[in-house]
Write a protein that binds this ligand. Structure first.
Ligand code: NMX
Ligand code: MLT
Length: 453
């Protein structure tokens, strides 16, 4: 059996000529045009990034390496007695495009297990964070601090062949990913469990070990696997993926890049919405009489309108690309219907699922009125006793790091250059729009004549 790294090397060698040919023979072919509203409006829809790891169709949702999420969950190998597949198998798929065998997954499980131990200074860094720091800040800081461990950075300064950049990047990625569950659960123990940490179990897989360190019995191992796999990638244009890729494009190492990715995810319009949903839900539940109350749809409807009329967003709804219910939402909803149908908070989520889209349509602002991934993820965590919703985006980050790291290894393998788009001024846009004339520049010889030189 070839290891993941050997398989990846072969894939990279096979793939390189495709990128080289496109660049050398078809580099001038136009793929898109850019309008003024796109330039001002967050580059929505501008086709200017390349990734082969996932693709987001507005009406179908995400595919990883060409597979729909349903296929991914069906085809990837699962641990014994588990409902959800190995996270390690997902990482194998993202990196190579192949569904791994049981044996190939076992090899990656072993690789992660060997690399999971944290350097001592990380505990000190986490312990030294000031009171009330948000877990995302601590998570990002911890990852950033490990920059000193980077093989990529050390090798870069020892001068090596650009074609080999992916190799130390791969080593850094595996070292970092293996440690993320350890870092996250230590932060969780420190912030919410008086520092009472549960040591990891080296015999468990990524999801199983995470559940073990969180102190959660089955089926939380499957909850963790489902969560990490669902959040791993969403093509390249979202803030976290784009940030990770952008920072790595300056040949920053994986620690610098993933720390930056975490910071992008920590905004309320992006991953922090997972926390925002539960916060808002609890305000709603309190207002309507608590978890045991039987809320009417009309009462919930009124609350949604009040939120909108006060100028706030409905967290967990809308999307910059999707134009239908996020399939990641649907998969989590199916899991909830199976495992937590009678959970009082899920009952509210279920009502919102029905009533929010027509309200957003009636309001007429959001281009996509349907729920996104964040509208469902928190309630599952809440049900299994992870009730500190500040922590939810850390879980999102662990998943997202898998996809972005895979992308960054391929960025280095294909020699993607420094990212550097061009900016314009508002004057220039007005000139392009024809509403302002280009000021006539006085020729230099005229200026000299006037000044008598
Ligand atoms: N509630 C109220 N208004 C909304 C919502 C919503 N859920 N979604 C969009 N709008 C508004 C939006 O604020 C904008 O208003 P204005 O013209 O006054 O600025 C208008 O509708 C048009 O926005 P869109 O073009 O539909 O959305 P955009 O692509 O700019 O943003 C989101 C996409 C996801 C940022 C936006 O839908 C949103 O803020 N949703 C709530 C936050 C959320 O759930 N974020 C998580 C996204 C998924 N993730 O994990 O990253
Ligand atoms: C994501 O998973 O990154 C979000 O759905 C946001 C996006 O894709 O724009």
């Amino acid at each position: 059996m070839r290891t993941l790294k050997e398989k990846l090397y072969q894939k990279i060698e096979e793939f390189r000529p495709r990128t080289e040919r496109l660049l050398n023979e078809y580099g001038d072919i136009v793929i898109d045009k850019v309008t003024i509203s796109q330039a001002i409006g967050g580059m929505r829809g501008v086709k200017s990034l390349v990734t082969d790891i996932s693709y987001l169709d507005p009406n179908e949702g995400i595919r990883y390496r060409g597979y729909t999420l349903e296929e991914v969950f069906k085809l990837l190998p699962k641990p014994k007695d588990a409902e959800m597949p190995y996270v390690e198998g997902l990482f194998y798929l993202l990196l190579t495009g192949d569904i791994p065998t049981e044996e190939e997954v076992a090899d990656v499980v072993d690789e992660f297990s060997k690399r999971r131990i944290l350097p001592r200074y990380l505990y000190e860094i986490i312990d030294a964070q000031p009171c009330c720091s948000h877990p995302m800040t601590i998570f990002s800081t911890a990852i950033l601090t490990m920059h000193r461990e980077s093989f990529f950075t050390k090798k870069y300064y020892a001068v090596f062949n650009k074609k080999d950049y992916w190799d130390p990047m791969y080593e850094d990625v595996l070292n970092l990913l293996a440690k993320l569950p350890e870092i996250a659960t230590y932060i969780y123990a420190k912030l919410y469990r008086d520092g009472k940490r549960i040591q990891s179990n080296p015999n468990l897989d990524f999801g199983g070990n995470f559940a073990f360190m969180m102190g959660k019995p089955k089926p939380y191992d499957d909850v963790a696997r489902l969560h990490f796999i669902l959040h791993s990638d969403h093509e390249s244009g979202n803030v976290s993926a784009h940030t990770g890729h952008l920072v790595a494009s300056s040949l920053s190492d994986i620690y610098l890049s993933i720390s930056a990715m975490v910071n992008g995810l920590a905004g309320p319009l992006h991953g922090l919405a997972a926390q925002g949903v539960l916060q808002w839900l609890h305000e709603l539940i309190e207002r309507l009489g608590g978890e045991e109350a039987e809320p009417s749809e009309d009462e919930v409807r009124q609350y949604v309108w009040e939120t909108l009329n006060a100028g706030f967003l409905i967290p967990g709804f809308g999307h910059a690309v999707l134009r239908k219910t996020d399939p990641r939402y649907s998969l989590q909803r199916n899991f909830s219907l199976k495992h937590l149908k009678d959970d009082p908070v899920f009952r509210y989520v279920d009502i919102l699922y029905r009533i929010v889209p027509p309200i957003l349509q009636e309001q007429g602002k959001a281009k996509n009125p349907w729920p996104n991934v964040d509208a469902q993820s928190g309630v599952i965590q809440w049900h299994y006793g992870v009730r500190e919703y500040d922590f939810y985006t850390v879980l999102f980050s662990i998943g997202r790091a898998l996809g972005i790291s895979a992308n960054i290894i391929w960025d280095r393998a294909l020699g993607y250059p420094l990212e550097r788009p061009k900016s314009l001024t508002t004057d220039m846009l007005e000139e392009i729009a024809g509403i302002k004339k280009k000021p006539l520049k006085e020729p230099d010889h005229k200026k000299k004549e006037k000044s008598g030189e």
